[in-house]
Design a protein around this ligand. Sequence first.
Ligand code: TRP
Length: 334
Amino acid sequence: MNNSKRKRVFSGVQPTGKLTIGNYVGALQQWVTHQGDNDTIFCVVDLHTLTFPEDMTPKVRFEKSREVVALYLACGIDPKQSDIFVQSHVREHTELTWVLNCVTPIGWLERMTQYKVKAQGRESVSTGLLDYPVLMAADILLYETDLVPVGDDQKQHLEVTSDIAQRFNHLFGNVFRIPQVVIPKTGARLMGLDDPTAKMSKSTAEKKVGHAVCLLDPENVIKKTVMSAVTDSGQEVRLEHASPGVINLLTIYEVLTKTPRPEIEARFAGKGYGQLKKDVFVAIMETLRPLQERYRQITADPAYVEQVIKDGADRVRPIAERMMRQVREMTGLG
Ligand code: TRP
């Protein structure tokens, strides 16, 4: 591909909970497709996990970030084509966050759906939780990002990132590139298998069996989860009136097997739910079996994982440093 067409792609996942097939189809599976033709940077955002400081011990925080790096690798992120790093290893993320905080009206953050949901029912939440979107904006803006491939639930965060970038550019001069969100056409939002009205979530997955298929779940657990997925009181797939649970299963099948919609319809219309679930289970195992095998090989060599994140941080740090130097100059902080 022509060099001038190369885009900077940046994305990340929080190392919390248990990564699910929702994370795979909403994010990781699409990240892999950007490799090669673009400059791809994938981050494990450990600083974001401090927003609930008691939810994780320091030891688990450290281990989880390595686990997620290994999962990136197992999903097909190739360290020869992409830079993989851990957010806290590049100091500029926190420094830029402070500067961006000062151009971000509090009202923008108080309105964020994710903030409201996460704060709900808690007696008190940290300032960091409110500030979460600004740290995310810093992640993205530091690297002159063009494209941010994420799941559907991150749309609002990307809107605020653009707003913050525009406000800074307006106040201090044009330095930030305005990023574009990339949401997959199908599967951007898988629903809980136990409750197809709620998004499949990696934190719920940690607490509730049957909620999600996790990338590292053993085969028998996956089978049980899929076979007991909530559908509806019907017996067979009726495409015109499919319920959310059935649509969710069809979606999982579609995105994992990359089967065209008409073929899926021909295959499942009028078939029993038992057959649909069995086929979904097979499709999941065809994806996860090789992924888990690669994960086992990768984690057998922890030094390799450390090397990957050290090299990744060493490669991206100069980009972040250059941007931060510009920001300091433009704001009179030089
Ligand atoms: N908020 C994202 C999530 O929960 C994680 C994230 C943090 C992120 N910084 C990012 C994603 C930058 C994309 C780009 O999934």
